[in-house]
Design a protein around this ligand. Structure first.
Ligand SMILES: Nc1ncnc2c1ncn2[C@@H]1O[C@H](COP(=O)(O)OP(=O)(O)OP(=O)(O)O)[C@@H](O)[C@H]1O
Length: 880
């Protein structure tokens, strides 16, 4: 047996003797493949590794750069500077690496067993045999196959410049990734072997459970006796570049035995073999004192700066701070790392000295903070435990009672009081809930992050609402109110006549107990008022009427008014009227709308009456529309002929809302305004059908009309007139002289407005409206303009008539249309003069009024004339 001792440079390698005889005998050359390219190893060599004795035979190719070139690549990977021929005997040559030492951390390792490689053997017999094996050309896309010599020739001729043995970067990266993943798996399996209950979170291992065993695992004290807490042990998975470096520096023979053992030894040795500096914390001293230890200075740091966990920084070293008063850092390989570690610990100590505060940058929790959170956690744990016990032991009724008692106790001791405003109040809807919703929508649109949006019927605006469990803080008279929108699922669907929504919604108002007198009821009133105003502004205005053809419909659905959206376009701007008078009326309306305090102070009902009188077509209806548009009020057009009794009139009044205009047009045509007492029973105009005929249904007799002037007077200025607020009464008439003076007195009709014939300023407005004629557009000194100014007053023409002429001529040129108007005015003046100054339109008024009276109240006209006859008939029947 020939034993050869290779002249190895490292001490460890010196112990690998070679049994050359056995080497020659125990190989079947057909089964040999290159450990790197996995092909037949042409011109092959056998790496001499530490596991040679155990049968490891790592053959690799020793070809040139035109082929796989595996030996060269192996040497390059480990930066082996040189190799020398050491021994040569009987067809076996031993080559040894030069200048390789285990201490440099760059020891070549066997591709099969990962053991240290000290050199290689050239076995002549193996070479001859292996060189004759056929393999493919290494060049991409080349299909040539041949033995070693054929391939050499082929490469020289066909691929003289190719270099297939260069490393493909993508494949290199793949290989590195593969190595990394296997390292991760190794580390994880080691962690689980060492600490089966640990959880690996990112780069850290968190251990749960009791650590009474007191294993000072990797130098970090565990949290004793606190079963609920978890302890951040340490960062175990370092960066893999570092891991690989460390691996290379470790002993190969350990690793060759077992892969995972290698990682365990890594974790262990990180704290044993590396440089450990130590800083000491003293319990009592408040300063940081550097105690003179020769190589490792000690810092005395107050006790409350102790931390119970360790942290690995982004650098390649670890710092541990233990409750025994020690700060330790372990540096890795480089001098830079050591310097960084030292700097960090020193700046940490300096910070403590200066600030005596937490150093946030180091992501540490101080002991006090830890204690607080652990106490809190323990309290919560106890609470959860008690809750589960109570749940198991107590019946639901008892639990409910206990909860109620607890809630009451809580409310007793709380400095807040709470108000729940539910969406429904029993069977009816809670108006306050909707008002609060609308009120909060003002600020919700700004403050809240999650909103619900809605748009109501007859509304042109969107309203915002709080979503479930959203909160909003409001201030009222300097105090704070917190609103929360609570939405819960309705539990069991109880029997109900109407379907209930699936969710129960409510608002909870939280205010301080001391603010209670401030909030209740003033705050709620404020909410209601604001919501009403918002609702009014966001909704289209409405035109109501009570005219439905019969008094029987009065109580239909409990609401006597029917409404349509109010869309009249008339405004004070388009109203043809003297500008000064217009301004006067507008100022009066504005004062009224803003006069809440004034009316309260003076003890007057917040209402105002306007009487609009003048010939037909002078703009009385237009004036009402302009008023409504100016104030933004709803309009109630009261048809008096549809109202049977004074009480009905009262009910109608009661059902009007505030901020509204109640209009009675042509009041002189609607009622006998001289009779203050009840009217006589009316006699039907047509005979009632004979009751003898059973087939004919007997129509019920029309309800007697008992509405009186006094009823109307009470309507406008009685006790009932102030059942609402901010209401305007407007009466219109063509014959003011026919009205009872009681109706006209101040307090009922506060302002009498004459809507007269078209004046020259009014004419200008109409020409602007219909012809688009702006001021100064026509030469004011022109004959046309002067003629219009002179004729308009004498013509006594209504704005309605002027409008009609202008509409007819609106497509013509403006001067031509104005000239046409002048012609009409002149003709009218001429006619008036001929007729001796009699107002022709006045005659028209009379005729028109008669017609109106006949149409509007046929019964009334009939009543008076036939009342005597009726009386006679009744008397005759009584005599019989
Ligand atoms: N002062 C005015 N300004 C603008 N347009 C007017 C004016 N007066 C009348 N008009 C026009 O004439 C038409 C009739 O007017 P309006 O109905 O307001 O008159 P009125 O006085 O209410 O008539 P009546 O007494 O017959 O009800 C309206 O369509 C309007 O366009």
């Amino acid at each position: 047996m020939v034993m050869v001792m290779p002249a190895l440079v490292s001490d460890e390698a010196a112990s690998y003797p070679l049994d050359l005889e056995n080497l020659k005998m125990d190989l079947d050359w057909d089964d040999v493949s290159c450990s790197i390219c996995l092909n037949f190893p042409h011109n092959g060599v056998l790496l001499h590794c530490s596991s040679y004795e155990k049968g490891c035979r790592p053959f690799i190719c020793d070809t040139d750069q035109n082929h796989s070139n595996c030996l060269e690549r192996f040497k390059n990977a480990y930066r082996i500077p040189a190799a020398i021929k050491d021994t040569s005997t009987d067809g076996v040559t031993i080559i040894c690496f030069q200048g390789v030492s285990a201490s440099t951390g760059n020891q070549p390792t066997c591709p099969l067993c990962r053991g240290a490689v000290t050199g290689w053997l050239i076995i002549d017999k193996a070479r001859v045999s292996l060189n004759m094996k056929e393999r493919c050309c290494e060049e991409k896309h080349c299909a040539y196959t041949g033995n070693f010599f054929e391939l050499q020739k082929h490469a020289k001729v066909r691929h003289p410049y190719s270099c297939p043995s260069k490393i493909d970067p993508a494949r290199k990266l793949d290989w590195e990734n593969f190595q990394q993943s296997s390292e991760i798996i190794d580390v994880l399996s080691t962690i689980h072997a060492e600490a089966p209950h640990a959880v690996v979170l990112g780069d850290y291992v968190i251990e749960y459970g009791d650590s009474e065993a007191g294993d000072e695992y990797i130098g970090v004290r565990r949290n004793r006796g606190r079963w609920w807490s978890s302890l951040l042990s340490c960062r175990l998975i370092p960066r893999f570049g570092c891991l690989r470096t460390r691996r290379r520096s470790s002993h190969g023979d350990d690793r060759s035995r077992h892969g995972s053992i290698a990682d365990v030894s890594y974790i262990g040795e990180a704290f044993s073999s590396l440089d450990v500096r130590e800083y000491r914390f003293a319990e009592t001293d408040d300063g940081v004192v550097q105690t003179g230890v020769s190589t490792a200075p000690s810092l005395v740091i107050p006790g409350h700066y102790r931390w119970e966990f360790s942290c690995r920084f982004i650098f390649n070293f670890d710092i541990f701070i233990t409750d025994t008063g020690h700060v330790r850092y372990t540096s890795c390989n480089t001098i830079d790392d050591q310097r960084n570690a030292q700097k960090l610990v020193e700046s940490f100590a300096a910070n403590l000295l200066i600030n005596k505060a937490k150093i946030g940058a180091f992501l540490f929790l101080d002991r006090k903070g830890m204690e607080f959170w652990t106490s809190l956690a323990s309290l919560m744990g106890v609470f959860a435990f008690c809750q589960s016990i109570l749940h198991a032991l107590l019946p639901p009724e008892l639990r409910f009672a206990a909860t109620t008692v607890l809630q009451r106790a809580f409310l007793c001791f709380s400095s807040y009081c709470y108000y729940d405003i539910t969406e429904t109040d029993g069977m009816s809807t809670n108006e306050l809930y909707h008002s609060v919703q609308l009120y909060l929508s003002r600020s919700a649109s700004v403050a809240a992050t999650h909103l619900s949006l809605s748009r109501g019927l007859n509304s042109s605006a969107f309203t915002f609402g709080l979503s479930s469990h959203d909160r909003l803080v409001d201030t009222f008279r300097g105090a704070t109110a917190t609103w929360e929108h609570v939405v819960t699922q309705r539990q069991a669907q109880t029997f109900s006549w109407r379907p209930l929504p699936e969710e129960k919604r409510s608002f909870t108002l939280r205010i301080k107990k001391k603010d209670k007198p401030l909030f209740v009821p003033a705050y709620l009133d404020h909410i209601m008022d604001t919501a009403t105003e918002l609702r009014r502004r966001s909704q289209d205005r409405l035109l109501y009427t009570n005219s439905r053809g019969s008094a029987g419909g009065m109580e239909s659905r409990g609401f006597p008014w029917e409404s349509v959206p109010f869309k009249h376009p008339s405004t004070f701007e388009t109203l043809a009227m003297d500008p000064e008078r217009k301004q006067l009326i507008m100022a009066d309306l504005r004062d009224f709308a803003e006069g809440k305090a004034f009316y309260e102070k003076t003890g007057r009902a917040w209402k105002r009456g306007y009487l609009l009188y003048g010939p037909p077509g002078t703009g009385k209806s237009s004036m009402i529309a302009a008023m409504a548009n100016f104030l933004g009020y709803d309009v109630y057009d009261l048809e008096l002929t549809e109202v049977s009794t004074n009480s009905e009139l009262r009910k109608l009044l009661m059902k009007t809302t505030s901020k509204s205009i109640i209009v009675i047009e042509d009041i002189d045509c609607s009622i006998n305004l001289t009779n203050r007492g009840p009217k006589k029973s009316p006699t039907p105009l047509i005979d009632p059908p004979s009751t003898e005929d059973p087939n004919v249904a007997v129509a019920p007799a029309a309800a007697p009309k008992t509405i009186t002037l006094s009823g109307l007077l009470n309507f406008t200025d009685g006790l009932w007139s102030c059942c609402g607020s901010e209401r305007i009464f407007v009466f219109t008439t063509n014959h003011v002289e026919k009205l009872d003076s009681a109706l006209l007195r101040s307090g009922r009709m506060d302002m009498h407005i004459l809507m007269g014939y078209c004046s020259f300023p009014a004419l200008k407005i109409l020409m602007k409206n219909y012809l688009g004629l702006e001021d100064g557009e026509l030469d004011e000194k022109s004959d046309l303009w002067a003629g219009l100014a002179a004729a308009i007053d004498e013509a006594e023409i209504t704005p309605a008539d002027v409008s009609e002429i202008l509409i007819k001529n609106r497509r013509r040129e403006k001067p031509a249309a104005a000239a046409e108007l002048l012609e009409v005015l002149k003709a009218r003046v001429e006619k008036r003069r001929k007729e001796g100054g009699k107002i022709s339109s006045g005659e028209g008024v009379e005729v028109e009024e008669e017609e109106k009276r006949a149409l509007d109240s046929p019964k009334e006209s009939g009543q008076d004339t036939e009342s005597d006859g009726g009386k006679e008939a009744v008397a005759a029947a009584a005599a019989l």
